[in-house]
Design a protein around this ligand. Structure first.
Ligand SMILES: Cc1ncc(COP(=O)(O)O)c(C=O)c1O
Length: 406
């Protein structure tokens, strides 16, 4: 048995022994036994430059000797806010958090105070707090997967019975949203969406959905946790086209240091002040420095332009390996969200063969590759240095081994 007992967090094993990570450099991670792997998980998205990027490490280290937590906010927090406010001219940073789960909870509370309503419509994974996850399906599954409909986490949480009014919009069908709103629109505080759901619906549908919500006075929470710091410093949606009341940033904005950001409308400052959001670590400074440093390095290295090219290269390499291993009828790789991350897309009947899909992940680990299934994988600048022809060979071997076991 290993300790900590990892809760529900991701746990990896090889030959039934746990993999515990020891160190990471550029696009690789190394385990306790010295095995090195190519990493497409990247801490589930935060590592955007690459592991232990030398410039990032040097600039962060320089800040360590200036103190870590003060009685109140520091000037670095205001400097950090400017980075994101430059992208969303009519929004202001409300406060900073360590995790996006907290930032989404804070947005929900502010929306309730603003509207005097308490119901929510959710679309996508929004974090692990009760009102975000209780009674939700597997939001990262492609349409047609049984897991996209089956509700999970229906015990041990508040906010799960119908009276507490938290609803899922899972099918991306405007008619079903209209039905929900006609019954609950007048008592719903906010519609919260993970922009990753644009993998499964068009921008026009999202635009229609948010416009419909507005007709009922429902606030719009746009969750850019997976996308912030990838296409732009603060996310990919054009808020002129899809107006937001709240925006959440997370993951890549800190390059691995824990940083999440809540933006809101400056005219509601009094409401935010009365909401009692924020805690001990809200004012910690190292992750705020990280936010500034990573945005600066991404600009300098033209990282926002390079990332899509790297993503396309990874996806074409995986698809070449799929062709060589004669598995094209089982799956393909697809780049998503302006080519800033990618997913494996399984075809029928593999889509609902969850045991075989999990086996693919294990087979990749055996060949020294960490890649997800049932959830997108991530891309970082350091992936540019991969030996792509070797990666193609390794993936071909992994996919061949996998398909012969089926
Ligand atoms: C869209 C979205 N929102 C919120 C969260 C929760 O973020 P955290 O794990 O930082 O609490 C995640 C995490 O994956 C996410 O993808």
């Amino acid at each position: 048995m290993i300790s900590p007992l990892v809760g529900s967090d991701r746990y990896f094993a090889k030959n039934d022994a746990p993999i515990l990570f020891k160190k990471a450099k550029n696009y690789t991670v190394t385990d306790q036994n010295g095995n090195q792997y190519i990493d497409f998980i990247l801490g589930l998205g935060p590592v955007i430059l690459g592991h232990s990027d030398e410039e990032f490490v040097r600039r962060i280290s320089e800040q360590l000797s200036n103190g870590l937590s003060f009685p109140g906010f520091a000037d670095v927090h205001t400097e950090l806010a400017k980075v994101y406010e430059a992208q969303y001219q009519d929004m202001r940073v409300v406060t900073l958090f360590k995790t996006s789960s907290e930032a989404v909870t804070a947005a929900m509370r502010c929306a309730m105070l603003e509207t005097g309503r308490s119901k929510f419509i959710r679309c996508g994974f929004l974090g692990w707090h009760d009102s975000q996850i209780a009674n939700t399906p597997s939001w990262h599954e492609w349409p047609g997967s049984e897991k996209r409909e089956a509700l999970r986490f229906s015990q041990g949480m508040r906010g799960i019975d119908g009276q507490q009014g938290v609803f899922n919009w899972t099918d991306g069908d405007i008619t079903s949203l209209e039905t929900l709103l006609s019954e609950h629109g007048d008592t719903t505080a906010a519609f919260a969406i993970d922009v990753y759901q644009l993998a499964f619906m068009t921008m026009e549908t999202l635009q229609q959905a948010t416009a419909l919500c507005r007709q009922y006075g429902v606030k719009i929470i746009i969750d850019e946790t997976k996308t912030a710091g990838r296409t732009n410093p603060a996310g990919m949606l054009d808020t002129q086209a899809i107006p937001a009341d709240y925006i959440i940033l997370g993951k890549a904005v800190g390059n691995g240091l824990p940083l999440a950001v809540l933006l809101g409308k400056p005219e509601h400052i009094k409401i935010y002040q009365s909401a009692r959001i924020g805690g001990t670590h809200t004012k910690e400074v190292l992750s705020a420095h990280a936010g500034i440093i990573v945005a600066d390095i991404m600009q300098q290295r033209e990282g926002y332009a390079r990332l899509p090219l790297i993503c396309q290269k990874i996806v074409s390499t995986i698809n070449a390996a799929i062709t060589h291993s004669a598995t094209t009828e089982l799956l393909s790789a697809t780049s998503l969200l302006n080519d800033t991350l990618f997913d494996l897309r399984f075809s029928d009947p593999m889509l609902n063969n969850f045991a075989a899909r999990e086996q693919l992940k294990q087979t990749m680990i055996a060949e020294g590759i960490f890649m997800l299934q049932g959830h997108n994988s991530f891309v970082c600048l350091a992936h540019e240095q991969i030996d792509f022809s070797q990666l193609e060979d390794t993936l071909t071997t992994a996919l061949r081994n996998w398909s012969t076991q089926l």
